[in-house]
Design a protein around this ligand. Structure first.
Ligand SMILES: C[S@@+](CC[C@H](N)C(=O)[O-])C[C@H]1O[C@@H](n2cnc3c(N)ncnc32)[C@H](O)[C@@H]1O
Length: 217
């Protein structure tokens, strides 16, 4: 078991160590399990559907896709190409629905180094509960790479609305509220939806938002 990072930190390497440890301790099983997270995935799918997305035959790339609960609800769209990355292939694939596993091209790589590599041709880029876990400096680099090199046609973000930098429990990851203004250079927001977490409708902490950006080009 790797040494755990201290309570407050922004060192990307230590964060990767934390996330790999979480993955090995059953995290992917937890988020794959049926329940409130699946309700969130259905909400995401219907939000996209209201905007005619994803289009049949297009390529959807989910950054930090985990065990693919979101991709699962897109399987009905004809001829989609599904790609996703995350940190621990064995853990993610172990808890992925067989239908998703058959269809997805899974890349075991951290998001920053993936975006620094050769860009993929992507129609819809998804980041669900993912960017909020990347430290601000890394995330700003990721956003610049998305604008300048990857240029997907659409980006859909699902984010919590509050930061939590002081983990309360062992293996709890910090999360940040980020500045997405670098995207303004090439994208504009075409839809936004606030959604209460179905577990705790009364708690501001667990509210999240869905935002859809369209490339200006
Ligand atoms: C809250 S989960 C969300 C998973 C999935 N997007 C979903 O909505 O079910 C965050 C995911 O990000 C992954 N992750 C964390 N840091 C990462 C990084 N630097 N690069 C790639 N994946 C990372 C974790 O392993 C985990 O699967």
């Amino acid at each position: 078991m790797p040494e755990l990072p201290p309570i407050e930190f922004v060192d990307p390497d230590r964060l990767l160590t934390l996330w790999r440890a979480k993955n090995k301790m059953g995290y992917q099983k937890k988020i794959a399990s049926k329940g409130f997270l699946h309700e969130n995935s259905r909400t995401l799918t219907s939000f996209l559907g209201q905007h005619g997305l994803p289009e049949p035959g297009s390529t959807v790339f989910e950054l930090g896709c985990g065990s693919g609960r979101n991709l699962h609800y897109l399987l009905g769209v004809e001829d989609l190409k599904l790609v996703g990355n995350d940190l621990c292939r064995s853990e993610c694939l172990k808890h992925m629905e067989p239908q998703v596993k058959q269809r997805v091209r899974f890349i075991e790589q951290d998001t920053l180094s993936l975006l620094q590599g050769d860009p993929f041709q992507v129609d819809l880029l998804l980041a669900s509960d993912h960017f909020m876990h990347l430290p601000p400096e890394s995330l700003q680099t990721c956003l610049n790479l998305l604008v300048d090199r990857w240029s997907p046609s659409f980006i859909c973000l699902r984010e919590c609305l509050t930061a939590r930098l002081k983990p309360r429990k062992k293996l709890q990851a910090p999360r940040w509220v980020h500045d997405y203004s670098p995207l303004d250079r090439a994208f504009r927001v075409i839809a936004e939806q606030g959604v209460a977490d179905p577990r705790r409708r009364d708690s501001a902490e667990t509210h999240y938002t869905l935002t859809l950006f369209r490339h200006r080009g």
